[in-house]
Design a protein around this ligand. Structure first.
Ligand SMILES: NC(=O)c1ccc[n+]([C@@H]2O[C@H](COP(=O)([O-])OP(=O)(O)OC[C@H]3O[C@@H](n4cnc5c(N)ncnc54)[C@H](O)[C@@H]3O)[C@@H](O)[C@H]2O)c1
Length: 283
């Protein structure tokens, strides 16, 4: 198995960055997380330590606290063999963060983005060494998700790709390699299934419960496509569908029912109602 680099950097310690930092810490690496200010750094640290405490409760060995640094000082990234960027999904913000990290890294270090939708090639334009750059699309919540989509940019070197797929395995996860393309593999297929399920509700083919049961019982999906749409958020799904319709064509055109539910505030679990009623607060 490929050994992880001894030192890992993570830019942005929010929901995903904290999960990524936790994964590398538990796998034995020393992790430096860079945040935008002291308040965000303190929150990121708490998030990571909570996740570590959860793992230890479940029987994992506690990592040496010295192996985690959460800081606002970007120089903490220097010496890392891999840096994963996990700042919000804004192309300019990501470009700036990636460029700043690249300046601090050795030429053989790998730089990755956790973007869930942006083009890896477009982000690579900001970089001097695009061969050492690729996408590492972790899923939420990171500890419970076995998959990492590794997004292979046009300029990504075979060495970087091979190293990263090995590191994903060292984390105990499975890597799928996807060419840089809209929606990668997961969103492209998952969103299409969700949109077709919504069209079936619209046409009165079956109830949401029965459509979901057809997929959970008949196809062994862990969650039906409409319940999953509620969990993700109908507004989030609408944004992705509009983007994929622009990039890939009309088969991703959002159904009228999705638009009207979003307009009425039926956004799914976070709003208490979507295709289902969600009476209690989400955990
Ligand atoms: N949330 C998900 O389900 C999910 C799943 C897969 C991928 N992603 C992707 O992961 C990335 C992060 O998403 P998230 O949900 O963790 O967001 P988030 O808002 O929870 O976290 C972003 C973090 O980045 C920090 N940040 C902002 N600007 C920064 C800067 N200039 N330098 C350093 N840190 C900065 C913020 O303080 C925050 O802690 C996005 O690209 C998103 O598309 C999200």
């Amino acid at each position: 198995m490929t050994a992880l680099p001894q030192r890992i950097g993570v830019i942005g310690g929010g929901r995903m960055g904290a999960g990524i930092a936790h994964a590398f810490l538990m796998a034995g690496a020393t992790v430096a997380v860079v945040e935008q200010n002291a308040t965000a750094a303190a929150q990121a640290r708490d998030r990571i330590l909570d996740a570590v405490a959860g793992s230890v409760e479940r029987g994992a060995v506690a990592p040496d606290p010295e192996r985690l640094l959460v800081t606002v000082t970007w120089e903490a990234l220097s010496g890392a063999g891999l840096v994963v960027e996990a700042v919000p999904e804004l192309a300019d913000l990501k470009r700036e963060a990636l460029r700043r990290a690249e300046d601090l890294l050795e030429p053989d270090a790998v730089l990755a983005t956790n973007t869930s939708s942006l083009s890896v090639d477009a982000l690579a334009e900001a970089l001097e060494r695009p061969g050492a750059f690729l996408g590492m699309h972790f899923f939420n919540p990171v500890p419970a998700s076995a998959l990492v989509e590794v997004v292979d940019g046009t300029a990504t070197s075979p060495n970087a790709l091979q190293a990263v797929t090995g590191w994903v395995r060292a984390l105990g996860k499975t890597a799928v390699v996807v060419r840089d393309s809209p929606g990668f593999a997961s969103s492209r297929l998952g969103v299409l299934l969700g949109l077709e399920a919504i069209r079936m509700v619209e046409e009165g083919v079956a109830t949401p419960e029965d459509i979901d049961a057809a997929m959970t019982l008949g196809y062994k999906h862990p969650v039906g496509p409409l319940r999953l749409t509620d969990i993700v958020g109908l507004d989030v799904r609408l944004d992705i569908a509009e983007y994929l319709a622009r990039e890939l064509g009309p088969r991703f055109e959002p159904p009228a029912l999705l638009r009207s539910m979003v307009a009425e505030g039926m956004l799914g679990r976070k709003a208490g109602r979507g295709f289902y009623l969600w009476p209690s607060e989400p955990r």
